[in-house]
Write a protein that binds this ligand. Structure first.
Ligand SMILES: Cc1ncc(COP(=O)(O)O)c(C=O)c1O
Length: 457
């Protein structure tokens, strides 16, 4: 009864992110009611193992009492404090300091946002301001990577390189450029690491030359491309791209909104390759999704140039909820949990996840298995030799998601037949086993899909 009325209210009033509005009205919402550990329960009592940690964000898992207590304590004491007018709160100041202490290199300055999109958007503003402060306002061209995702703000969605975020929105802007992705499984230069790195380095150099080096402001990249299909670059790829940017005097922005906070193992995936970017953007795992918060990490060099450039004038960038004390209190507690076992557990069960997914490689539909830590994907094909994607007629995003859901598994089902995994770092080995077994069942059911069978015939 309750669930039915919620479906009607949702249909009438709630606009969902990245959804076909008409399609959603037709399907109706699935209401999630509760969560514990790596499991969620819907309004009808159906229990599912959450192989996607909400939206790659609930890294600590559901129902962590100490996070709830930290938020409650902060709400009771001081639910809000502005950062404007020279004011601040203890939790936000402490979180900034703790993050700066753990961040790579000289990324010592933290600007808090509400999530990932406004973190990316903020970097664009900071970068433009930085070059104005340096007396180089003509450096206003931005480069990112095809299949990349950098959020859904008006500006960030143009750095994003997924067509659905552009169509109908007048994007990308003419100052937003792209180079091809490393996409190892489908790279035209083959799958050899060094060839892929060389091709990407050459593509970046060519793009910079075509635009004019004196015009290029920054290069944006995810350590692992998440929303593009969990595309893992070859080892050394990020470092090679960072080196090109240093050589060509282009700011390097690592978008760690997904990869940050233990997703690939360490707190920051950049440390996997010993990279110090000029900016890191984070969100999601920063508060484990319990409350909204993102963070821009800014290097000493950038911060000091902006500060000196502005002098006594205000740098006109700010949000009412920047450095929100409740979000910061949650961030501090989540950080404590990461360092008191969650990161270690994530590394341990991440190895089990990869082992389990690799064991599915001989399934007739599995063309590729890839990932690092607790971030992984399998890519389905109807012909392994030709790497033929699942046909659109098989509606992979909808049907595979539905099958997995009915099997008690939440997984990210991409439109082109890629299944994405980002389970909570608190998973037990049994939780991972449940994810793998339910995936196997889902694959077997997909093999029986008449549209898939037709494509395979
Ligand atoms: C790499 C990356 N950047 C930015 C964003 C945008 O973050 P948000 O959805 O919190 O605005 C996301 C979200 O998935 C992301 O994956």
């Amino acid at each position: 009864m309750l669930s039915n009325s919620l479906i009607e209210l949702d249909r009438a009033h709630l606009v969902h992110p990245v959804a076909s509005y008409r399609g959603h009205e037709h399907m109706g919402v699935r209401v999630l009611a509760s969560g514990a550990g790596a499991w969620v329960t819907d309004a009808s009592g159906h229990r599912l193992v959450d192989g996607f940690a909400g939206l790659w964000c609930v890294n600590a898992g559901y129902g962590q009492d100490s996070i709830i207590e930290a938020a409650t304590r902060q709400m009771r004491e001081l639910p809000y404090a502005t950062g404007y007018f020279g004011l601040g709160s203890e939790s936000a100041i402490r979180l900034a300091a703790e993050l700066a202490e753990r961040s790579p290199g000289d990324l010592n300055h933290i600007y808090f946002t509400l999530g990932g999109s406004d973190a990316v958007d903020s970097t664009v503003r900071f970068i433009r301001y930085y070059y104005h402060a340096k007396g180089m306002p003509e450096k206003d061209q931005f480069i990112s990577v095809e299949q990349g995702y950098h959020g859904s703000s008006t500006v960030g969605a143009g750095l994003t390189a997924l067509p659905v975020f552009h169509a109908g929105f007048g994007l990308p802007f003419d100052w937003q450029h792209k180079i091809p992705s490393h996409y190892v499984y489908r790279n035209p230069v083959g799958s050899e690491d060094q060839a892929i790195i060389a091709a990407s380095v050459a593509a970046l150099r060519q793009k910079v030359e075509a635009i004019g080096q004196e015009r290029v402001a920054a290069f944006y990249v995810e350590p692992i491309q998440g929303s593009g299909g969990v595309l893992v670059p070859p080892p050394g790829w990020m470092k090679a791209m960072r080196e090109v940017c240093t050589e060509l005097d282009i700011l390097f922005v690592a978008d760690e909104v997904i990869t940050g906070f233990g997703r690939t193992g360490p707190l920051f995936a950049c440390t996997d390759e010993d990279i110090v970017p000029d900016f890191i953007t984070t969100a999601k795992g920063l508060t484990s999704g319990y409350v909204p918060m993102g963070a821009v990490f800014m290097s000493d060099k950038v911060y000091n140039t902006i500060a000196d450039g502005a002098g006594a004038a205000a740098v006109g960038h700010g949000y009412t909820y920047s450095a929100h004390p409740v979000s910061a209190a949650v961030g501090l507690e989540v950080l404590r949990l990461y360092e008191n076992g969650l990161l270690d557990n994530g590394r341990k069960v991440g190895a089990l996840l990869m082992k389990g997914l690799r064991a599915l490689a001989d399934h007739p539909l599995v063309g590729d298995v890839r990932g690092r830590g607790m971030l992984a994907a399998i890519e389905l094909v109807t012909d392994k030799a030709r790497k033929t994607p699942l046909p659109a007629a098989a509606d992979p995003a909808r049907r595979i998601f539905d099958r997995a859901w009915n099997n008690g598994l939440v997984v990210r089902a991409f439109g082109n037949g890629i299944l994405g995994y980002a389970p909570p770092l608190c998973c037990t080995p049994d939780d991972i086993e449940a994810i793998i077994e339910r995936t196997r069942l889902t694959l077997n059911q997909t093999l029986e899909d008449p549209d898939v069978r037709t494509a395979m015939a």
